[in-house]
Ligand binder design. Structure first.
Ligand SMILES: [Zn+2]
Length: 267
């Protein structure tokens, strides 16, 4: 299962998801390039794809993508501003939820009700989208769920908090394989891996119970957050659109191989 666009100012995952749909339907990716090998791999799977989980936020997003723009503009557009124009920034944008009241520009993180889908109230969801998506996850019980996001750095798989150690070990192994597969295409992976650690050892602030963690508890066997570079022009490693698209193809290829190797009985 793929969920993209939970944050409306992170179009990279949406483009990746739409490209995967294109490959399956036409044999060509969204840039028009034939992808016979990727298509063959994808056809081994049953895929559920949500290309834009937060269409409200996407509708407020004023660009087609971030390549060539400065990171601070993402803080304005993604996380939003107060009425005086000052930035909420990160993690300041998480201190007010739902994001209502002192809002100048409502950041594209949020839906029109001010809810950040990545951090809803899971017991009594503020967003009907949360309930709808969790119902799909619960009904389908996907073997893997890729939660596609974007940020300032080279691509990375984040660890899923509040999942069993065995799941965290699988996520680490998956990320290591993904890094190798990216390397074979000369695309850099991030400098760190999703390590297997305890959730909130004594004396440390426990991690937030985010959407990807909840996907595990709703029924996804191996949910992971993928952070794509967004292409800002003022970060250490700049990415262009071709590479951002290519790394999403690699991610799905790695995922397909992983699932077919570990779930061979289901084929
Ligand atoms: Zn995000």
């Amino acid at each position: 299962m793929i969920q993209a666009g939970a944050h409306g100012a992170e179009p990279e995952g949406t483009i990746g998801a739409l490209s995967i749909i294109n490959v399956l339907e036409t044999g060509k990716d969204i840039a028009g390039k034939p992808q016979p090998e990727l298509r063959e791999k994808l056809q081994r799977l049953r895929l559920i794809i949500i290309p834009i989980a937060n269409p409200d936020g996407r509708a407020r997003y004023p660009y087609d993508g971030w390549v060539g723009l400065p990171e601070e503009e993402m803080h304005r557009v993604g996380q939003g501003t107060r009425k005086d124009g000052s930035l909420y920034g990160w993690p300041g944008c998480k201190e007010v939820h739902p994001m209502r009241g002192d809002v100048g520009f409502l950041g594209c993180y949020f839906d029109d009700e001010g809810v950040n889908l990545a951090q809803d109230n899971w017991i009594d969801p503020m967003s009907r989208t949360t309930t709808a998506i969790m119902k799909v996850v619960s009904a389908e019980g996907p073997d893997m769920l890729l939660n596609l996001h974007g940020f300032h750095a080279p691509p990375a798989i984040l660890q899923t908090d509040y999942a069993p150690v065995a799941v965290k070990e699988d996520i680490l192994a998956f990320a290591q394989q993904y890094a190798k597969d990216l390397d074979s295409q000369d695309i850099p992976y991030n400098s760190w891996m999703p390590e297997v650690t305890e959730d909130g050892p004594r004396g440390e602030c426990p991690p937030a119970l985010g959407q990807t963690a909840m996907f595990y508890h709703a029924g996804a066997a191996m949910p992971m957050t993928h952070e794509s570079p967004q292409g800002f022009n003022d970060v250490d490693v700049a990415f262009d659109y071709q590479t951002i698209l290519a790394l999403h193809h690699v991610l799905l290829e790695t995922a397909s191989d992983w699932l077919c190797n570990t779930k061979a009985d289901n084929l």
